[in-house]
Design a protein around this ligand. Structure first.
Ligand SMILES: NC(=O)c1ccc[n+]([C@@H]2O[C@H](COP(=O)([O-])OP(=O)(O)OC[C@H]3O[C@@H](n4cnc5c(N)ncnc54)[C@H](O)[C@@H]3O)[C@@H](O)[C@H]2O)c1
Length: 389
């Protein structure tokens, strides 16, 4: 591929997260936002105007055939991921899909296989990998600076679904999948834990709860992080989990545990990951993402503040501002998108994949981990091995 050529981007599913994909792509400077596709001609036109995109399509099938588009971003609700991504791959486009990759393990496997066969770049936006201090922690662990990990723990907690009058497609298994909080945010935590610790989750023991078993909508799906309650009287029985606690066994013998929930008041986007090694501990909190805690047993613990001059590995190129200048959620998102486009410029060649980039293979793995968690709960809380491909 001519690496100087301007690239064309198209997006399917112009909702909450789509605006952040567009922001990141616009920040690259050498990629043109060509078009978006929505659920109808009218809504696509309206959204295109709002998002300042010149071209709109009412059918994603037409967008993926647009010759000016090199890369398709798939930000549709989960139940459309498979069809949209397959159509994009069939048209020979590179694909950046939001998580979860698909609805089921089998769909995810098919997408992984199809992407590898198509020979294009295939990326899943596990965006927390794009934070400088996440990459710094990963480099420290890889260099054995905290010793062998013995415990990997944390949580991903939100509260935007606390009110029963918030109803989202995420609670409908036909649209969101069999899992709700786990697929939506537990998937981020598990991916981050494996990525940072450099270890794979081998087996899981889960206890899942539906704290809010009945929700009400006005017929509309609430946007993620909806602050205002739409109200309305349509009653929905909810069977998927909004609270999950999971014990973990990792492949090196390390143990772990995490909680994922979207109904815990006061927790906004509270992702915390802690890796305890034999020599030291590391803790990163998304809501304080410019700091990394380094815990010691026999001397005072330290707080590493983001400072490009002291960062290791991929962390340094992920920091765009000097020390004391706060980097944010959208900067980390940009880093993930920038690496994805570097890979696109290399034609998606496997050897050119940037190390922090999550691929469809990682998306497929994420489905197998979540599937094992659901099976563990269904078996009454029995240890369940994560399936190998
Ligand atoms: N990486 C992250 O941190 C993150 C954050 C939020 C959402 N997500 C993921 O992004 C995806 C979208 O989530 P969201 O919160 O933006 O949802 P959303 O409901 O806000 O947006 C989805 C959009 O898709 C549109 N749509 C529906 N049917 C369509 C069709 N047939 N063709 C084209 N567009 C169609 C909807 O009208 C809506 O605009 C989900 O898979 C979710 O898991 C990821």
């Amino acid at each position: 591929m001519n690496t100087n050529k301007r690239l064309g981007m198209g997006l399917v599913g112009p909702g909450f997260i789509a605006a952040h994909h567009l922001d990141a792509v616009r920040r690259l400077g050498d990629v043109d936002v060509i078009a978006i596709a929505g659920s109808s001609d009218d809504s696509a036109r309206r959204k295109a105007k709002e998002l300042k995109v010149a071209r709109s399509y009412g059918r994603y099938q037409d967008l993926v055939q647009d010759p000016a588009v090199d890369v398709i971003h798939n930000t549709t609700p989960n139940h459309l991921h498979f069809a949209v991504t397959m159509a994009a791959l069939g048209a020979g486009k590179h694909v950046i899909s939001d998580k979860p990759l698909a609805m089921t393990v089998e769909e995810a496997r098919q997408l992984r296989d199809a992407a590898v066969k198509a020979g294009v770049a295939h990326v899943v936006t596990f965006n927390y990998r794009g934070n400088p201090l996440v990459q710094h922690a990963r480099a420290m662990i890889a260099r054995a600076e905290i010793g062998a990990p013995t415990f990997v723990q944390g949580h991903y907690l939100q509260d935007w679904m606390t009110d029963p009058h918030v109803y989202s497609w995420r609670s409908d298994p036909d649209k969101g999948g069999a899992s709700s909080a786990l697929g939506d945010i537990g998937s981020h935590w598990c991916d981050l834990a494996e990525h940072v610790a450099g270890l794979r989750i081998q087996s899981v023991l889960a206890d899942l709860t539906t704290v809010v078993p009945v929700r009400y909508s006005g017929g509309e799906s609430a946007e993620a992080f909806a602050q205002t309650v739409a109200g309305g009287g349509i009653r929905h029985e909810i069977h998927s989990e909004d609270l999950a606690t999971v014990l973990l066994r990792f492949e090196n013998g390390a143990k772990g545990c995490f909680t994922a929930a979207q109904v815990l008041p006061g927790h906004k986007n509270d992702l915390r990951l802690e890796v305890n090694g034999r020599a030291a501990s590391l803790q990163w909190r998304q809501e304080h993402q410019n700091e990394l805690w380094l815990g010691h047993a026999a001397r005072p613990s330290e707080l590493i503040v983001k400072d490009p001059s002291i960062l290791a590995g991929d962390a340094r190129r992920f920091a765009h501002l000097p020390a004391g200048h706060q980097e944010s959620w959208s900067d980390a998102f940009f880093n993930v998108i920038a690496d994805a486009y570097d890979w696109v410029r290399e034609g998606g060649a496997p050897a050119a994949k940037p190390a922090p980039t999550a691929t469809f293979d990682d998306g497929y793995r994420s489905h197998r981990v979540i599937d094992a968690i659901l099976k563990s709960h269904a078996a009454g809380g029995a240890w369940q091995t994560v399936a190998n491909p």
